[in-house]
Write a protein that binds this ligand. Structure first.
Ligand code: MG
Ligand code: MG
Length: 272
């Protein structure tokens, strides 16, 4: 069941979204060749806790599995849910950093893919397509549209460049739980699926592979990789439909003040 939120709840979710966005910018300040993913995880946790919140992923359970870290850090062929560790980042790596917080009983969730130093043109093109597909998806998140309208634009934008859009993992609703209904696939058909109503809050998160869309999961139960070993990109925003229209509750602006992105800057969308 989709739990619709009041404007007041959407404001609380915006506070969560803002903290996640600022935490990702803290990571952006430190992410570079030679730094370990564990060091970045520690600084993110410290930042979140110093703002009266808690990491949402640390201790997150799926069956008997417990996620051990504040961030998911997914390098190169890892699509999502990579576990931070002693591994040191290298020039040319592509790293998706996904962060979740819980603040005042509500959740925030956002992800950004960083290039470490200079990355290949192919990786840049992959990031550009994924990033633009998220912007297009946000434009479709308007009253009366359907879930399929979101997925179809992501799919179309990425497949036009020959990239594989992951189907095994999807976006989701968010609120007093990290993962709520509805599922938000990155594929779909125009005019098909659940109708978007006032009060809906969605995490839209295209996960896009340079090669095939197929993925596999490591023995740790978490780490999801591309089946063909090609790199993968991932961006995620929280998007709400309030009485004011479409509101993006997370932002990449804090990151983009710090680093140059080679692709089109995200623009806030607000349809009244
Ligand atoms: Mg996320
Ligand atoms: Mg998410």
């Amino acid at each position: 069941m989709v739990i619709l939120k009041s404007d007041r709840e959407i404001e609380l979710l915006r506070e969560c979204g803002d903290l996640v966005s600022r935490t990702l910018a803290e990571v952006a300040k430190a992410i570079q060749p030679g730094v370990s993913t564990l060091a970045l995880d520690a600084l993110a946790e410290e930042y979140i806790r110093s703002h009266g919140a808690a990491p949402a992923f640390k201790g997150y359970r799926v069956g008997n599995l417990v996620f051990p870290s504040t961030l998911c850090m997914s390098i190169n062929d890892v699509v999502v849910h990579g576990i931070p560790g002693e591994h040191v980042l290298e020039e040319g790596d592509l790293v998706s950093v996904d962060c979740g917080v819980v603040l005042n009983g509500y959740f925030g969730d956002s992800a950004f893919t960083f290039g470490i130093g200079k990355i290949s043109d192919e990786k840049t093109r992959l990031c550009q397509a994924t990033y633009e597909s998220l912007n297009l998806a946000i434009e479709q998140t308007i009253l009366g549209n359907r879930i399929g309208d979101i997925g179809s634009v992501v799919q179309d934008r990425c497949t036009i460049d020959g990239f594989g859009v992951v189907r095994d993992l999807v976006g989701h609703g968010i609120g007093k739980k990290l993962h709520e209904a509805p599922q938000v696939p990155n594929y779909g058909e125009r005019g098909v699926g659940k109708k978007l109503k006032r009060g809906i809050v969605l995490c839209i998160e295209p996960m896009v592979n340079q090669g095939s869309a197929d993925v596999s999961t490591d023995d740790d139960g978490w780490t999801v990789r591309t089946a063909d070993g090609t790199p993968s990109a991932h961006y995620e925003h929280m998007v709400a439909i309030s009485s004011k229209g479409t509101e993006v509750l997370t932002t990449f602006a804090y990151i983009e003040e710090l680093i140059e992105t080679p692709y089109k800057q995200f623009e806030q969308v607000n349809h009244g």
